[in-house]
Write a protein that binds this ligand. Structure first.
Ligand code: SF4
Ligand code: SF4
Ligand code: SF4
Length: 246
């Protein structure tokens, strides 16, 4: 019996699900051969409710999300948070800096009374999460890597070291040398430092490493004449929930 896999979306842009499909034909065939996908709104109209593994995309942002995610957790043997919105709250948590009625008014104007909203949070603020597929969106193939590990009865191998390690291995010149700030020293690797490779900096979309070396980040800032506040502003983009919760 192949394990049954379902994908569910909460609040997000659905880019994570879309990115999940960004596999080679061989990888897609390998995935289809190994599991039964019974729920995946972006690729199929059929719906199944009998699943073993649930991938959750998006943040929890409405009262009605809470019973829904609890029901999914009850049914799923393994629950995996997919992407920054689900893993760390992500961009949706930017609204948490405002009173909720003001956030509603800004977005919906005079129609605000027709909508409900609560402070956004990651999935693990409501139900236990077994595994995390990080990033905004996750790297192509990361879902496949996690599914393969689970099928082999192994714990998925997700890095727990900073993006700087991958950035150095890619041969980049550090953006601090250009007077810019970067969250690479405290952000969990696994993306290959893709943003720095493309000439930008790390925004922290994969969340913090366990026990981030914030002293090291501060020392780098001091060395380059930059302030902690300059980094905190970047940190808020994806990690508002982490910042508020700490
Ligand atoms: S993590 Fe990024 S790509 Fe995924 S749903 Fe959220 S905003 Fe979209
Ligand atoms: S701080 Fe940013 S640019 Fe510098 S090495 Fe780390 S990830 Fe690369
Ligand atoms: S470099 Fe940073 S912002 Fe870019 S994908 Fe990696 S973790 Fe996310």
């Amino acid at each position: 019996m192949k394990p049954k896999v379902a994908f569910f979306d909460f609040t997000g842009c659905e880019g994570c699900q879309l990115d999940t499909l960004n596999l080679s034909p061989e990888e897609v065939l390998g995935l289809i051969g190994a599991v039964d996908i019974i729920n995946f709104r972006e690729v199929m109209t059929e719906r199944g409710e009998n699943y073993d593994i649930a991938f959750i995309e998006g943040s929890i942002t409405r009262e009605s999300d809470i019973p829904r995610i609890k029901q999914i957790r009850t049914q799923a043997k393994i629950l995996i948070a997919l992407g920054a919105c689900a893993c760390i709250g992500g961009l949706n948590c930017l609204k948490n800096h405002l009173p909720m009625d003001e956030a509603l008014r800004i977005v919906y104007g005079e129609d605000a009374k027709y909508y409900d909203t609560i402070p956004a949070c990651p999935v693990n603020a409501v139900v236990p999460v077994d595994y995390y597929v990080r990033g905004c969106p996750p790297q192509p193939g990361e879902v496949l890597k996690v599914v393969k590990a689970l099928l082999l009865g192994k714990k998925p191998d997700i890095p727990n070291y900073p993006v700087c390690v991958e950035c150095k291995m890619a041969g980049n010149i550090c953006v601090f040398e250009r007077g810019l700030t970067c969250l690479g020293p405290v952000t969990r690797a696994g993306c290959g430092a893709i943003c720095v490779n493309a000439g930008r900096h790390c925004w922290g979309c994969r969340g913090l490493v366990d026990e981030p070396n914030t002293d090291s980040e501060k020392a780098i800032l001091v060395k380059h004449g930059l302030t902690v506040q300059q980094v905190v502003e970047k940190f808020k983009i994806f990690n508002t929930y982490t910042e508020v919760a700490k």
